[in-house]
Design a protein around this ligand. Structure first.
Ligand code: HEC
Length: 132
């Protein structure tokens, strides 16, 4: 365990963003995103106490690195329309099963979404999805 502590996954410095770059959404939606998604999909990660203890830290850091790389709510204005379309569609789908990740919810019970909250987020994202 002790030796493991020397191996760390580097999280790259978050991409530069101004407050204006952040995603814009109604207050209720923002609150849910911040509560359940921002740890891994934004520059505003709140590191939990165990995030520095390997091997948990690898998992936590990998999650943040990959989640942020996939979609970052802090740099929203920098994505083009095509990308945003992909994200909105992805959010609607991911909320059905994948997101927030189950292992994260085990330790972040407050990030759990009620069926009503999930629907609110999905309805919000769905509005931006242009059917083709
Ligand atoms: C514990 C970290 C974590 C949290 C919290 C989290 N995500 Fe993710 N998310 C990831 C990672 C890592 C990936 C990329 C790898 C993958 O697909 O599993 C991802 C991928 C996604 C994808 C792409 C899914 C796909 O593969 O098609 C969407 C959409 C998404 N997240 C939305 C959300 C939303 C919405 C929330 C909040 C309700 C959320 N995520 C919360 C880590 C997280």
């Amino acid at each position: 365990m002790l030796l493991l502590q020397f191996i760390q996954i580097e999280i790259p410095t978050p991409p530069k963003a101004t407050p204006q770059d952040e995603i814009k959404a109604p207050k209720e939606v923002m609150a849910l995103l911040k509560n359940s998604c921002y740890d891994c999909h934004s520059n505003n990660t709140k590191f939990p106490w165990y995030s520095d203890i390997a091997p948990i830290s690898w998992q936590v850091h990998a999650n943040i690195k990959n989640g942020r790389a996939w979609m970052n709510f802090s740099t929203w204005s920098k994505y083009d329309e095509k990308k945003k379309q992909k994200f909105y569609k992805g959010i609607v789908d991911a909320l059905n099963i994948k997101m927030p990740p189950a292992e994260y919810l085990l330790i972040h019970k407050d990030a759990r979404l009620s069926p009503k909250e999930r629907k609110l987020l999905q309805d919000w994202a769905q509005k931006f999805v242009k059917e083709d």
